[in-house]
Ligand binder design. Structure first.
Ligand code: ZN
Length: 323
């Protein structure tokens, strides 16, 4: 099986060490267009900085990242293509939508039973990204993304989840989610996906490392999904040692074949100044797993084999399988 990336199709077996939830750029295109230079945005310098950062990451032993930036987080495929062509790291692109409460105005009125009664446009947009490529780059999306957060399953969140499920059923590409782990909304997502006929082993319930509630995590795992232990570095939410302890305990319980590791870090984020983020969470960067997390896991009794499973085997299995 091959996986579509910004550097072309790559055999799943060749993806290597893969971070399953990262971002190259998170930005507000509307602000960029109307206020050039906003938040220090300069296209040449941010592309250059991203190339440097991802090249360093490759040297630290990471071969592939999954960029889970989707509308309206500022997905910009041509820009990511430029970055990907200039560094030796594979970048898998995502389609889907990030909505935690209400959809943007421009998506609220088109759809079944809405002002313009037409087939669900979200499904058509997602399938187009997967089958024809994103934004005329010819690069096909390799994963679907959606979100449920503190507002729970609002009507628009439910619409987004069901549209992602339907695009998955049409194309076979896997689903990765954003959740508010403290509110246990991963279970809500599983319920909606199951209702749509999605096999839950095609789903990564993201941000599951943001809780230490092992009972909740066990329920998600027992329903068949993968868990994204994907916010290493977000130490203000759950401290480093606790994140490591939870992964080690799940490995001890036999779930190494169901976990993926990542940071949810960003090369350039226009919502928060980099200096502020660095001061608040110094470990929040894409090199943290290679430098600190792997040694800590090994020290806690996790085997190198289990680490390879989480960083290499599981991503290849998830991305390479098309139902
Ligand atoms: Zn993210």
């Amino acid at each position: 099986m091959h996986v579509n990336t910004y550097r072309g199709a790559v055999a799943a077996a060749d993806l290597g060490r893969t971070l399953m939830h990262e971002h190259v750029f998170v930005m507000a295109p509307e602000l960029m267009i109307n206020y050039p230079g906003y938040a220090d945005w300069d296209e040449e310098s941010v592309v250059c900085a991203a190339v440097t950062r991802l090249t360093d990451l490759k040297h630290a032993g990471i071969d592939t990242i999954v960029d889970l930036t989707v509308t309206p987080l500022g997905r910009n495929p041509p820009l990511i293509q430029r970055v990907a062509q200039a560094c030796a790291l594979n970048i898998v692109g995502a389609t889907g939508i990030y909505v935690t409460n209400e959809l943007p105005e421009y998506l609220k009125f088109r759809g079944p039973g809405l002002l313009s009664n037409e087939p669900e446009p979200l499904v058509e947009l997602f399938v187009r990204d997967i089958e024809h490529g994103m934004a005329d780059t010819g690069v096909r999306a390799g994963i679907l993304k959606c979100a449920t957060d503190r507002y729970g399953l609002t009507p628009d969140v439910e619409r987004a989840l069901r549209a992602v499920a339907q695009a998955h059923l049409r194309t076979g590409v896997p689903i990765s989610t954003h959740t508010h782990a403290g509110r246990e909304v991963g279970l809500v997502q599983q319920k909606v996906f199951a209702e749509e006929g999605v096999s839950l082993d095609r789903v990564i319930i993201g941000h599951s490392g943001d809780t230490v509630d092992l009972d909740y995590l066990q329920r998600l795992l027992d329903a068949g999904s993968y868990l994204g232990m994907d916010r290493f570095g977000f130490d203000v939410l759950v401290p480093f040692a606790e994140r490591v302890r939870v992964v080690a305990e799940l490995c001890r319980r036999g779930y190494a074949d169901r976990l993926v590791l990542s940071h949810d870090a960003v090369c350039h984020h226009d919502a928060v100044p980099a200096k502020t983020m660095q001061a608040l969470m110094p470990n929040y960067h894409m090199g943290h797993i290679s430098a600190d997390v792997i040694p800590a896991l090994l020290q806690t009794g996790v085997s190198q084999e289990q680490i390879d499973q989480m960083l290499i085997g599981n991503p290849a299995q998830i991305l390479g399988r098309c139902a």
